[in-house]
Design a protein around this ligand. Structure first.
Ligand SMILES: [Zn+2]
Length: 148
């Protein structure tokens, strides 16, 4: 079995962007193109451009998608846990409220930036919105007015 280097897979046309590696890199809050540069800063703000490869991200449109996915995942994890805990161990309401409020908050804070990275990476991989024509360094090149 031969392996191709980097993101290029054998069954892909030139210029295609593989979704799974991009999603993993986005989950890690890294650039979906190179996997090295930081995708986010200040917890949830998307960088305009990758500092390593120059891929532009300013035209992403994650909007409410990451928050929706976070609520979806946390809700589906916590609801059965609360049900099981309440009927199996019968803790006091204050213990239930304290433990599950803290758990919901911690899980949401953990998931939100990772899901935002994954949503932006998915948009990048599928060439959605402004990602269809973006090339590495295009914003910097356009802003500077010079080519290096
Ligand atoms: Zn990059």
């Amino acid at each position: 079995m031969t392996q191709t280097p980097g993101l290029v897979q054998q069954d892909m046309a030139p210029g295609d962007r593989p979704t799974k590696p991009a999603l993993w890199r986005g989950w890690r809050r890294r650039c979906p193109n190179c996997g090295e540069g930081h995708l986010l800063h200040s917890y949830l703000k998307v960088n305009d451009q990758c500092t390593v490869c120059g891929e532009t991200f300013h035209h992403h449109r994650a909007d409410d998608g990451p928050a929706y996915l976070t609520i979806l995942v946390v809700g589906h994890l916590m609801a059965p846990l609360m049900h099981y805990t309440a009927f199996e161990w019968r803790p006091s309401p204050w213990v239930m409220a304290s433990v599950f409020s803290t758990g919901c908050l911690a899980a949401s804070l953990y998931l939100l930036p990772r899901l935002k990275g994954a949503v932006v990476a998915y948009q990048w991989a599928r060439r959605m919105y402004g990602f269809e024509t973006a090339t590495p360094g295009s914003k910097a090149t356009a802003d500077a007015g010079t080519t290096e």
